[in-house]
Design a binder for this molecule. Sequence first.
Ligand SMILES: [Zn+2]
Length: 387
Amino acid sequence: MRIALLILAAGSLWAQVAHYSVVLRPDFEKKVLRGIEDVELRDPARASLAGGKNLTITRKPAEGRFEYEAKPGQGFRWLDDGTIITMFDCGAWMVCDASPGYRATLRLEIVVPAAASGMRAIGPGRLTKQYRDSEGEHFVYEVRKAAQSFLFSFAVAKVERSVSGNFEILSVRPPSGEAMAKSAKAYRFFRQKAGIDLPDPHYAQAFLSMRGIGQEAAGMALMSQTYLENLETRDSVELMAHELAHQWWAVLVGIRSWSDFWLNEGITEFMTAAFVEHHQGRAAYDAKIRTLESEMANLRAEGKDRPLHWEKWTDAVGALGPVPYRKGALFLHRLRGEMGEERFWRGIALYTRRHAGKLVDSRDFRVAMEETAGRSLGVLFEEVVYR
Ligand SMILES: [Zn+2]
């Protein structure tokens, strides 16, 4: 297993990257991605590009251009049925800075060879061009609104494309109207609670042959095919709602550092519970809160509790884990109780609108909530967020 990874210190010249342009050619026989990447820098005079020790750069003909090969490993899977799935770590398949501290635009062109006919590329942002030539089928995706690089994931899979208004579903079998209708309902709910619409309301959901996945990207989410059936036939809306909520709380409002990962996952988990309440009633919300409480009690018993704002991680994987999700969601549930319905939801909307397109930390959230609470929430934040 080899991971193509380039990590340079935060605040280095990579903070100068304004735009990535990547052309990927998957070789389905050798299971390797061949990439050509151009990097546009904000201040080229200050830049001196270098490769990381695990990235196989095969050619570097000009400053800011890389040719490289990436093999499957952490952050990048190649399944037996040919499906390619990337997860969370852009460094697995492109030369990038994986830290969340800045945003860049992306042009991602994936060339699916003619021999792999029937496979489609699914990328972040919007599909802006698709054409066939002697090489195969070219899919060009563009993230035009700058995004953090962990939101650049893509997949290649044998899926059909279904479109309904702003929603797109890519799945092995065509979806029933149920999945589209529930997605649209969740979208309306989050838009109302956020107090702001997404800059680009287009949203794609890809349901893939790999089990147990759920991952947000810019304007897109990757989930499992088995989940689509649960969404349609068992009204299991949680994963759909969770990934969709991330378009506001992760993509639109981003975290400055992994130390505040709970602002992505805790808010999103809570918003999922709130949508469950809206969709299925208060008893379903209460049941979800009870589940979160018992999961959190187990984590405490295992000695895994930690403050929500947590700086003791060494890499992104260490910053994740279940605590930001469970404890974060329960903290919002508690704030909801302490502040009361009206002030609480006004605070959520204020926080989201004020920081749309910006990067945040725990203090930004606290300031917005205190503003609508009309009082200090310092004791509560000290207890749960910082200690
Ligand atoms: Zn999430």
